[in-house]
Design a protein around this ligand. Structure first.
Ligand code: UD1
Ligand code: CA
Length: 447
């Protein structure tokens, strides 16, 4: 169920698309769900076009169903009946349960399958039951009363409805049309199905699940809290795989990232998207990686930002380096202090040690780029390429006016503006010859 307005988020973005770490909140739940079932539908409504597009783009096997008017969770399930009425069993989940794991879901499915009740509702004991629906157990029956409809003594109950229900479909079909909306919110409540089932002498059970997985996310504060739980879970997972972190409380890793054992992560590091880091690489303080592929034994000294780019093995970078847009640094390459590398290939063992911009460049192996060297890749209309052969020595502060081509083993003189091709083995000097005016200082002082 993802059709609700999410009013309490106070945001234009539909609640289930609110970002948790670097993904939409609903992705986490759906990833758990796809591990336990092949027959999945998401019910959308408020902001539904956006949610539908997101689901279709990210989960090709999940159906999207519509609840055009949001008249409550009971109404929501009824709206989807065309889809579920042919199934044997139905699991209904609130869309705002990002922390629910597939293991817990599996355990609950097994329990439901061995007991075969008409309905099982998942509950937990809440430290602060806040506005959750309260679980009322009386006369051997289980029912739910919403906070807004609850009496003082019902509100004191700490066992709450987690928003996760298991139904025998035939049993659900017998009662769902009988739901009424005569309650404090004027909504059709799915929890009222339990009361209807009780009166039909159907069997309703309650299974408990860990509170740490069942918290519903309704507000920005709860979203941040869930992000913190998820963050901690991801860090613990990678530490168990042999990743070392000096200050895990300062580290952020996305659910899609992959790290190898022996990786060391210093304080204040963020690793987002589908980043991958192989064995024994060192990620220094202040590094931010997004869709970065880092090979084995790399060293990111500190404050290296890498976006959608690859470092092969034994690459060293930083401090203060920005590598972006499909850049690739081959084995043993080096990008040093205050260097930006964009959409460029830096060949094996080539070095860009200081204050350089390499944009749309291809460097061969064993090239040394002098400090302050820049590719002038943009002519105001197009981005042009700079191609530098193997074993070149580029003098400090060379400007390559692209398109530029430098043959193998060539050298450029410091301060050169390179506007034409440089042949193999040549020295290119592209600067005004120095002129000395003798005694200039004395002449000036006389004036
Ligand atoms: C609901 C339960 C409450 C439970 C809590 C657990 C009801 C009436 N109450 O309260 O007992 O303790 O979850 O977190 O169910 N939705 C729709 N269509 C609608 C209304 C809601 O699809 O017309 C979806 C929402 O997008 C959301 C889910 O249903 O994903 C639950 O709705 P929400 O408003 O968050 O319910 P709660 O007030 O949290
Ligand atoms: Ca909720």
């Amino acid at each position: 169920m993802a059709a609700g307005k999410g009013t309490r988020m106070k945001s234009n973005l539909p609640k289930v698309l609110q970002p948790l770490l670097d993904r939409s909140m609903i992705d986490y739940l759906l990833r758990s769900v796809v591990k336990v079932s092949n027959d999945i539908a998401v019910l959308v409504g408020s902001g539904g076009e956006q949610v539908e597009e997101h689901i279709l783009n990210n989960f090709s096997n999940i159906k999207v169903l519509w609840q055009r008017e949001q008249l409550g969770t009971g109404h929501a399930v009824k709206c989807a009946a065309d889809w579920w009425q042919e199934l044997d069993d139905l699991i209904v989940l609130n869309g705002d349960l990002p922390l629910l794991t597939s293991q817990t879901l599996n355990n609950l499915i097994n329990k439901f399958n061995s007991n075969r009740p008409d309905c099982a509702v998942i509950t937990f004991i809440a430290e602060d039951p806040a506005s959750y629906g309260r679980i009322i157990r009386e006369n051997n029956n289980i029912r739910i009363v919403e906070f807004k409809d609850a009496s003082e003594s019902e509100r004191a109950v700490k066992e709450v409805n987690a928003g996760c229900y298991f139904f025998n479909v035939k049993s659900l079909l017998k009662v769902i049309d009988k739901l009424k909306n005569d309650n404090a919110q004027g909504e059709y409540y799915l929890p009222d199905v339990l009361t209807l089932m009780n009166s039909e002498n159907m069997r309703v059970e309650a299974y408990s699940a860990p509170e740490s997985e069942m918290g519903g996310v309704n507000t920005q504060a709860e979203l941040a809290q869930a992000g913190d739980v998820m963050r901690r879970r991801i860090l613990n997972f990678w530490m168990a795989q042999g990743v070392r972190m000096l200050a895990p409380e300062t580290v952020w890793i996305s659910a899609d990232a992959e790290l190898a054992s022996g990786v060391v992560i210093m304080p204040n590091v963020q690793i987002w998207g589908k980043s991958k880091i192989k064995e024994n690489s060192y990620i220094g303080s202040g590094c931010i990686l997004n869709d970065a592929l880092i090979g084995e034994n790399c060293e990111l000294v500190a404050n290296v930002i890498i976006e959608n780019s690859e470092l092969k093995n034994f690459v060293k970078a930083g401090p203060f380096v920005y590598i972006r847009d499909n850049a690739c640094l081959d084995d043993y390459a080096f990008a040093g202090k205050f260097v930006e590398i964009k959409n460029s290939h830096i060949g094996m063992n080539s070095k860009v040690p200081h204050l350089s911009y390499m944009g749309d460049a291809v460097l061969g192996h064993d090239v040394n780029i002098g400090a302050g060297t820049i590719t002038c890749n943009y002519d105001g209309v197009n981005k042009n390429k700079t191609i530098i052969g193997d074993n070149c020595f580029v003098g400090s502060d060379t400007m390559f006016v692209a398109p530029a081509q430098v043959g193998d083993n060539a050298t450029t003189a410091a301060g050169s503006v390179i506007t034409g091709p440089v042949p193999e083995n040549a020295l290119a000097v592209g600067r005004a010859r120095q002129v000395n005016i003798e005694n200039w200082t004395k002449l000036k002082r006389k004036k």
